[in-house]
Design a protein around this ligand. Structure first.
Ligand SMILES: [Zn+2]
Length: 338
């Protein structure tokens, strides 16, 4: 079944066999789109790696990457040396090629799903929270105690970007970020990391805050419909994921500084009403620069302007529901890696 994981997930069918053994590991189908793989070795020193894709159903390339990883694991081409949870976030939106059906799933984690009318996304957010929490909780029980916990949530961006590949790290009160994670991001061809400055409803904030994982959301370029992706664009992240699965999380010398550019969020453009208007064209790329005093958006009596000498825009989107984020503004920063 493991090699047909995507097929069963897209068809939303329960496979005839829900657990089994493959080359060097056992696997268990936990729910539509969620499979647990555990190596045939003592788990006490294993790292615990959750990799998700398809939280937005039309972001197909990372889904295809994960499918190819699972196929190579099942054929024994790739050796599993970590506990691995693979999650395909939104099977029904994947099937129809939509970002989401009623509500953006990646705004609904950390209990945000309770604030909305029940929908396929609110139910899925609750289910994914429970499955990934159980995965990371098992890592701290009994013998499975010494490994590290990572969650990589793979996405592709809607718009063009001056940094083709970048990571968004969820808000952490401690402001202490994993050195190993930053060096892994560099090895995966990620050019920049954005530090979020407030809690949010993303999947990676949930696993960071509630599961104690080192988590990030990865934006890996633009995706096309299933089968049309040029996976060579994703070759470097594919290779880095394969190393992670085979070798676990690598230690990095403590003297090293961040190997990639680091930005932090300095202000959020919130759509308050339907009058919200961005003051720049829709085609503006992520990480486009704006200068102090420039007007970014207006919303009735509210005007958003650039406060710092220079700010970079991320994820501008005026089409969200009122009350939601319509864009983030960033500044460059330094970070201490722990
Ligand atoms: Zn996405």
């Amino acid at each position: 079944m493991i090699e047909d994981f995507l097929t069963f997930t897209l068809a939303q069918q329960i496979p005839p066999q829900c657990e089994g053994a493959a080359s060097g590991f056992t696997w268990k189908w936990l729910a539509h789109g969620v499979v647990l793989l555990e190596p045939n070795q003592p788990l006490d020193s294993c790292d615990h790696i959750a990799i998700s894709a398809g939280i937005h159903g039309n972001e197909t390339a990372p889904i295809e990457l994960l499918e190819s990883l699972l196929q190579d694991l099942s054929r024994g081409v790739l050796t599993l040396n970590v506990r691995l949870l693979v999650l395909l976030g939104h099977p029904s939106a994947m099937q129809t090629g939509e970002r989401y059906q009623q509500i953006d799933l990646n705004r609904l984690f950390s209990g945000q799903h309770r604030h909305y009318e029940a929908s396929i996304e609110t139910q899925r957010a609750a289910q994914l929270e429970s499955l990934i929490h159980a995965f990371f909780s098992a890592s701290t029980q009994g013998s499975q105690s010494s490994g590290k916990k990572w969650h990589l949530d793979l996405h592709t961006a809607i718009r063009g970007s001056h940094h083709v590949r970048f990571a968004v790290l969820p808000f952490q009160e401690s402001q202490s970020f994993s050195r190993s994670l930053f060096y892994w991001l560099d090895s995966a061809g990620i050019e920049a990391a954005v530090l979020n400055q407030a809690p949010s409803g993303t999947f990676s904030y949930f696993t960071s805050h509630y599961c104690g994982a080192d988590s990030c959301t990865l934006e890996l370029g633009k995706a096309k419909p299933f089968g049309d992706n040029d996976l060579s664009q994703f070759a470097q992240v594919d290779l880095a994921l394969r190393h992670l699965i085979e070798q676990g999380i690598q230690d990095v010398s403590p003297t090293k500084k961040p190997p990639i550019l680091v930005y932090q969020v300095t202000q959020q453009l919130t759509k308050l009403t339907e009058n919200f208007t961005l003051n720049f064209p829709d085609s503006v790329k992520n990480f486009t620069t704006f200068h102090q005093g420039e007007v970014l958006a207006t919303d009735g009596d509210t005007t958003y302007t650039v406060a710092q000498a220079q700010e970079w825009v991320l994820f501008p989107n005026a089409k969200v529901r009122p009350g939601l984020r319509a864009g983030l503004m960033l500044i460059r920063t330094d970070v201490e890696l722990g």
